[in-house]
Design a protein. Sequence first.
Length: 481
Amino acid sequence: MSTAILWFRRDLRLADNPALLSALEESETVIPVYIHPQSSRQPWAIGSASRWWLHHSLKSLDDSLRSLGSKLLIHSGDPLLVLRALIAQTGADRVYWNRLYDPADIDRDTWVKKSLREDGLTVETYNSNLLYEPWEIRRPKGEPYKVFTPFWKAMLAAGLRIPAEPPPTRMPALPQDLQGESLDSLGLLPAIPWDHGFYDAWSVGEAAALTQLDEFSSSGVFAYKTQRDLPGQAGTSRMSPHLHFGEISPRQIVVHLMEHQEPGLSAGSESYVREIGWREFATHLLFHFPHTCDHPLDDRFLRIPWRDTYANDLRQWQKGQTGFPIIDAGMRELWHTGWMHNRVRMIVASLLTKNLLIPWQEGARWFWDTLVDADLGCNSMGWQWTAGCGADAAPYFRIFNPVLQGERFDPEGDYVRRWVPELAKLPARVIHKPWEARASELSACGVNLGQSYPLPIVDLKASRERALRAFSVIKNESMTA
DNA sequence: TGAAATGTTGGGGCG
DNA sequence: ACGCCCCAACATTTC
């Protein structure tokens, strides 16, 4: 009789789960366990919004396992110690998990695998999370990619359609005496209830991920190419947190889209799958350049004279009180739902790093804590892209104007009206620049600038020029990354 | 997956 | 009719 431990981490699903399938194939008894780290002292410990998601995702996984005759054991503590205790208790002779790629995860997993193998156990790990793992896509001479387009071409050449396995139809029962901790005891949910909006915005779990994919692929995806940039429309897939926690795999997504759009993908699907490619690229980058979660990939950017006193401006940005409607709408959407439209992420990031001249790491930290889809690779790449110091980054002089971006991508002001209700009555003509509205117009709309809604915290023209001066220190130097 | 400054062109008003 | 100026509208350059 062989007993396997199946260690769930960020692969919280039953379908297309290779570690789960192997465990079932090779063992009579399978013990699914989730192990929560006891201390949150490590630098990129899971953020508050992600903890909320994790709670509900674990609950959902446990429900699914129970419906198949099993359940999810929950423990907290050092994974190696927990696994060893569980092995001693159950006589398990093998351990399975799906691989992760963040630096701290790699260090931990390497250590756990080595230690368990020295204990005499069989340890097998799998790819559940990516179309291609970071070392599978390489430049001709073996170096990692630093530019998206050739990376993407290499992925296309390797082939995107990779079969996804169906979920098991039954699971062996757990030994009777096996008792874990309760989900609630992990304390993942907030002590103060700031999560009302999260419940309205999201359905968590594997079934919800599949439903969301089904809806998106049968309607939204066809207009994705044009609609995805409009934050006032429901034009995005909203799959990111499901993908991050592994409630669904990129293989499942691609297969699903291809099966429903024979023989070729629609233009919308092409551009959506390309975004899946960006996720793979971000994982590739963080794997090969693990310092880039808090250190610029391009060393020249160490010389940027960031401001050193900015606590107040940072706080206003975080609270959505900058006086720029599209910025404040985005930051409030983030706070209320744990998510922000991608176009708006770029705009708020540009304001923070360029106009406010605040280090991109501050923005990355805030997103890390507040996003339900916070992903170390995607977050680091995104912030470095905006700041200009990353792979395939925006040139340093590319500075978004929040008024023009608002007018271009939220022309009727729908998005601003939804998230900045104190401006809702303003006509579209001025909703992205209330300081230019006539006094009579403002009072007729119930807006009292400086009182009911703040005046802009920076002058766009002057702060743009300051940013250009500050960032010009990287000119005329060779790349040292 | 910018924005602003600068350059060019061409139609229309006007002496 | 002609030259001149003005200035949108568009194109190019620069940051």
